[in-house]
Design a protein around this ligand. Structure first.
Ligand code: FES
Length: 551
């Protein structure tokens, strides 16, 4: 459906979440729901054949489509049920969000598209359409925006297709460095997926691909090098310097876009080392330079990036946090997909597990792992040294349900989280705990050294903003218990979701915000820590867990 750019947006109220999204007429309800950051199941990819995307209209119920009639019973149709993928909106409506989806949204899980937070600052001066892209090592998210109205028209996300060449930046750097063909292959895979997703976003919003004129892209340094087709090898060897920090805009066809080749492409600038444009976009999006006091911005994933911000000065550093926070290299680890245990609690002496999508527990993602370790510490089942206690040494006050989960089989000590005869047990092993220690110690060492460099004590920090998928799902209590952040910031730790995507959208819609990212990238002083002796010492000092974690 063509869009003249002047039609009034529609309002879709999502009952049960207290959310309302603004969308353009003609968008599918599936895309409208996704634009609120909700993940409706859609096994058939929106072709109207699986029936998984069914939702119930409470107001503004449209006439059933042929696909509705084929997959839904008469009772369901009469009750207002429709297939979200086959319903193209023409009027305001109110729909009931399925319990499991609403529950998931409340806990900010799955891929963080952060779509509900539309940029509302400033006055847009551009017209036409644009797409903001957040290229993560694991996940890529694209946001289609109406530039004149600063209105988000759709969100698409997909697993980074480069994952076939390794889960982390180091494996991608290594592959890309094999030769020009391999480098091109990584670039081509990403760009062809982007091209395809851009097209389906346009289709969903009823706009022609040619009307998209502008793209902003953010990501870590390695992802930005691969997107531009530049060998990122210097990022993989000391002193870990990127080939470029900022680039002038260029036509998207230069990097292999076809249908969107005419777009003006802006790769947002990075700071240095592995501190990339995702961090710059996040700091800009949160307006940390204008905040009074001292803030700490952290993006925790395979790489940990930390920026210390005050009105006077800003410094940023990155560290290899290891893959534990992403659930990788963990015995029962998995990415944050349905079935991953994302939260571990104790209630009335019994273990409580929350999984993504309320599905059966298949494994453990980063936030669940960190929660589990925090619980083990709290109950004295894990010593500050990082050693799991033997079953016969479990403290006397540990409830039976937890006590029975401490096991020592021939393969070593482990803590059983979930057992279901049909699949492998979900456990935390002694080795997993070591991985967590190796992930958290460098992050904490980075924080300590940035503070020391600014002659500040931890108590001087006013706010800690934790960004990214893991950062948004993890509880601040657990970060404190493990010593990822200093005890002095208790009560001042905030999860902020996908700030990189938010910053990319701001930079897309508001040229002055794009300018601001360039200024900011130059203002943040990059501190290379990894080769420093004091970093090694701080790292070693933070391998043990804090004793307070045992309270
Ligand atoms: S997504 Fe399969 S029927 Fe709608």
């Amino acid at each position: 459906m063509p869009n003249d750019g002047k039609r009034k947006p529609l309002h879709v109220a999502l009952e049960g979440l207290g959310l309302e999204v603004q969308v353009v007429p003609g968008i599918s309800l599936l895309d409208a729901v996704r634009s609120a950051g909700l993940a409706l199941d859609s096994e058939c990819g929106g072709r109207g054949t699986c029936g998984e995307c069914r939702v119930r209209f409470l107001q503004g119920t449209p006439r059933p489509t042929v696909e509705d009639a084929a997959l839904l019973s008469q009772d369901e149709l009469d009750g207002g049920w429709r297939l979200a993928c086959q319903t193209f909106l023409t009027a305001d409506c109110r729909i009931a969000i399925p319990q499991r989806v609403a529950h998931a949204r409340r806990r900010k899980i799955r891929i963080l598209t952060d779509a509900a937070g539309l940029p509302t600052t400033g006055r847009p001066t551009l017209s036409g359409y644009g797409i903001a892209v957040d290229v993560g090592t694991t996940t890529v998210v694209c946001y289609l925006m109406d530039l004149a109205r600063a209105l988000q028209l759709g969100v698409a996300s997909f697993a980074n297709p480069q994952s076939a060449f390794g889960p982390d930046v180091i494996s991608r750097i290594t592959y890309a460095h094999r030769g020009p063909a391999e480098l091109r292959e990584l670039q081509r895979r990403l760009v062809s997926h982007l091209d395809r997703n851009f097209a389906s976003l346009c289709k969903g919003a009823g706009i022609a691909p040619e009307s998209v004129s502008r793209v902003t892209a953010v990501g870590n340094m390695t992802m930005m090098h691969l997107l531009r087709g530049v060998d990122p090898w210097p990022l993989g060897v000391a002193p870990y310097e990127p080939v470029f920090l900022e680039l002038p805009p260029f036509p998207a066809r230069e990097i292999g876009f076809k249908r969107f080749g005419g777009c003006e492409m802006h790769i947002l600038p990075g700071v240095g080392g592995h501190v990339g444009s995702d961090v710059v976009a996040g700091v800009m999006g949160l307006d940390l330079t204008r905040r009074p006091g001292i803030s700490l911005y952290m993006d925790l994933g395979t790489n940990g990036e930390v920026v210390l911000c005050s009105k006077k000065a800003m410094a940023g550093a990155s560290c290899a946090a290891g893959p534990a926070f992403e659930g990788v290299h963990i015995h029962s680890g998995m990415s944050a997909f349905p079935g991953a245990i994302e939260r571990v609690d104790e209630e009335d002496g019994r273990l409580q597990l929350d999984t993504i999508g309320d599905a059966d527990a298949l494994g453990l993602c980063g936030s669940g792992l960190v929660d589990a370790v925090a619980l083990l510490l709290r109950r004295g089942l894990l010593l500050p040294s990082g050693r799991l206690v033997a079953p016969q040494r479990v403290p006397a006050d540990v409830p039976q349900d937890l006590r029975e989960r401490v096991q020592d089989d021939g393969d070593g000590r482990r803590f059983l989280l979930s057992r279901d005869g049909s699949r492998e047990d979900v456990v935390v092993t002694q080795r997993d705990i070591r991985e967590v220690q190796l992930a958290k110690a460098p992050v904490r060492a980075t924080i300590d050294l940035l503070l020391a460099g600014a002659h500040l004590k931890p108590e001087a920090i006013d706010d800690v903003f934790v960004a990214g998928g893991f950062g948004s799902a993890v509880r601040s209590e657990s970060l404190l218990a493990l010593g990822v952040v200093p005890e002095e910031v208790r009560g001042r730790v905030h999860s902020v979701g996908n700030t990189a995507g938010f910053g990319a959208k701001l930079a897309l819609v508001y040229p002055e915000r794009l300018e601001a990212t360039h200024r900011l990238a130059r203002q943040i002083r990059h501190v290379e820590l990894v080769l420093r002796e004091d970093f090694r010492q701080a790292f070693a000092a933070h391998i043990p867990f804090p004793r307070d974690g045992q309270r």
